[in-house]
Ligand binder design. Structure first.
Ligand SMILES: [Zn+2]
Length: 596
């Protein structure tokens, strides 16, 4: 990309988003845009620069797994104007003055990872300098990650880790007494002497802090043990205090850029966000609470400034117990599904369409409303049947609600691709029923962090039953499934951890908790790439490296297909390309033709 080209895109994206935000503000509805003509992706304006025959970017000498229908592996790709223009080597494109050429030196390349269910919008609204600990395997790892972070932030600024982390993860060696616990105050002080620290596990803790953080929290009446541990409602009170004192529009935008940079470093180039629990601005709020009506604004501003480096797709979460679901009704009337440009676009209703799933909840009625409006519904399931005679599990109630909506509006589930996510306890019978109406499954490896051996023989609670679902998908007209992280509260975003779990069945403590359900590396990678374009309704644009598709790819530090199982956890990007531009560069690859 030339500088001119980049400026041109920045201008066009800013113009698009400014208009979109202004329209949203005018109507009082986020992302509601009135002008039909705006559907055309504005980023294409960058193509108006004086044309030249050269590709913008040429990657050569790689092992490029295209994940196309034939699982073709090629050595080179050429990219122009944000799309793949040649996949596989030929002499058609010789690099010229305008081309950046990168010698991959045999490295493995995969399509940009698509996460069809996560919460990156929450991650981009964290107070303080949120620092993922999902790649720490020991207390010294935590200390090293924190020390590196402290070196890059202002003295005295808060360093936080809110969700996406569990002490189980610090379990590199079961014989190590430092394993499987939170870092202590003195360990955090040793790593970060000059900045207050706050760590919170999951939605509401437990938490931990260092001496600087302890002094500030105690001045607010928030209790901290001598060793830095925070329990009870103290982590939630601490989080409320940090949100109220640290968050402002500029800090949120900075946090958005941090979240995007982290995503690019682990190769996740597209995120289907699934919303938040609606904030109450009290200590009842946990890590997963935010304001569903304003939390996208910092993201839209970053995209508007041309600084968005990963793609965002936005679902709208509605969790009302009011039987009339008035907010959902207004959303369906006043917003547009699957509307936006190639970088940021709306989606459907999810991961909740109502509070609860039982027959007395508004769930079934909400499903009817979503169907009537012609939108997609995405819901989540965490349950299983305890015994064959016990009450129906959540997925059974959800699939019955989908069936009823589909009966009222025939074909809606298949046409708009309704989804049930996570499904740790789903059974073959219910996979088949969902498949019968054209529904889809999003598979999540989140039990990797905290899951245990199944205590019931009815369903493998660790789950999901990856093998059963992938085999079901391999039948004629089989069920469509894709992979997701459900990061960033109860699970890591890092897709390679979820691929480790799906292929080994092992949790963080290397206990086999999902026996008989392992799938192959090729299978789980396809669930995270080629199969996931479907969930965006963009399978023609994203998910594989093919001529004409949007140019997103990840160059890996190790060969995903041949490393030992445990080393899957160490896989990172060394170079991430989104929309034909290098958005992350670990500095190990050299290139020529770079004009900065
Ligand atoms: Zn979720």
């Amino acid at each position: 990309m030339t500088t001119d080209n980049r400026k041109d895109r920045r201008f066009s994206r800013r113009k698009f988003m400014k208009t979109a935000v202004a329209a949203a503000a005018a109507s009082g509805t986020l992302l509601a845009v009135s002008a039909q003509g705006m559907r055309k992706p504005e980023s294409k304006k960058r193509h108006k620069r004086p044309s030249h025959p050269d590709p913008d970017l040429l990657l050569v000498n790689g092992r490029i797994h295209t994940m196309d229908a034939g699982d073709r592996i090629v050595s080179s790709v050429a990219i122009k104007d944000g799309r793949f223009v040649e996949v596989g080597y030929s002499n058609r494109y010789n690099h010229g003055n305008e081309t950046r050429v990168i010698d991959l030196r045999g490295r493995t390349v995969v399509p940009g990872i698509i996460d069809n269910h996560n919460h990156i919008v929450l991650m981009g609204n964290r107070p303080g300098y949120h620092t993922p600990l999902e790649n720490a395997y020991s207390i010294p790892d935590v200390q090293a990650i924190y020390a590196a972070r402290a070196a890059g932030v202002p003295r005295g600024a808060w360093i936080t880790t809110i969700g996406g982390f569990h002490p189980n993860h610090i379990y590199a060696n079961p014989a190590d007494p430092l394993s499987g616990r939170m870092p202590t105050l003195s360990e955090l002080d040793a790593a970060v002497p000059n900045n207050p620290v706050f760590i919170e596990v999951g939605f509401t803790g437990p938490g931990a802090t260092n001496s600087a953080g302890k002094a500030i929290f105690e001045s607010q009446g928030i209790a901290v043990a001598d060793n830095g541990a925070m329990t009870g409602n103290n982590p939630s009170r601490a989080l409320l205090y940090l949100r109220q004192t640290l968050l402002n529009p500029a800090e949120r935008r900075r946090s958005v850029i941090d979240a995007m940079n982290y995503a690019a470093s682990v190769g996740v180039t597209t995120h289907l966000d699934q919303g938040a629990f609606q904030a109450t601005n009290t200590a009842a709020d946990g890590a997963a609470h935010e304001d569903n009506f304003t939390m996208h604004i910092p993201f839209l501003e970053v995209y508007g400034q041309g600084d968005g480096i990963v793609r965002l797709r936005i679902n709208f979460l509605h969790m009302e117990s009011d039987p009339n679901t008035p907010e959902l009704v207004q959303r369906l009337k006043n917003a547009f599904p699957f509307f936006g440009d190639d970088m940021v676009r709306t989606g459907g209703i999810g991961e909740f369409i109502a509070q609860g799933t039982s027959v007395t909840s508004p769930f079934a009625a909400a499903a009817q409303k979503v169907a009537q409006a012609g939108w997609r519904a995405e819901v989540h399931s965490l349950g299983r049947r305890q015994t064959p005679s016990s009450n129906p599990a959540d997925f059974e109630l959800e699939i019955m609600g989908f069936e009823a909506a589909n009966a009222s509006f025939p074909g809606i589930v298949r046409e708009t691709r309704w989804v049930v996510a996570h499904v740790p306890g789903i059974t073959q019978e219910w996979i088949d029923r969902l498949q019968g109406i054209g529904g889809n499954l999003s598979l999540t490896g989140w039990q990797y962090l905290a899951g245990n051996l199944p205590t019931s023989t009815v369903a493998p609670y660790a789950g999901p039953p990856f093998r059963m679902i992938v085999d079901s998908g391999n039948r004629a007209d089989g069920i469509h499934s894709g992979m997701s992280s459900d990061g960033m509260q109860i699970a890591p975003m890092n897709p390679w951890l979820h691929m480790y779990y799906a292929t080994t069945g092992l949790n963080t403590r290397r206990v086999l908790i999902n026996p008989g359900q392992q799938i192959t590396r090729q299978e789980v990678l396809s669930l995270y790439t080629s199969r996931n374009g479907w969930f965006l309704q963009e399978e023609d644009q994203l998910g594989s490296i093919e001529e004409g598709k949007l140019a997103d790819l990840v160059v890996l530090n190790y060969d995903y297909f041949s490393v030992q199982d445990d080393d899957l956890k160490k896989i990172r990007s060394v170079l991430t390309v989104v929309d034909g531009e290098v958005v992350y560069n670990a500095g190990v690859l050299r290139w020529h033709g770079d004009r900065g």
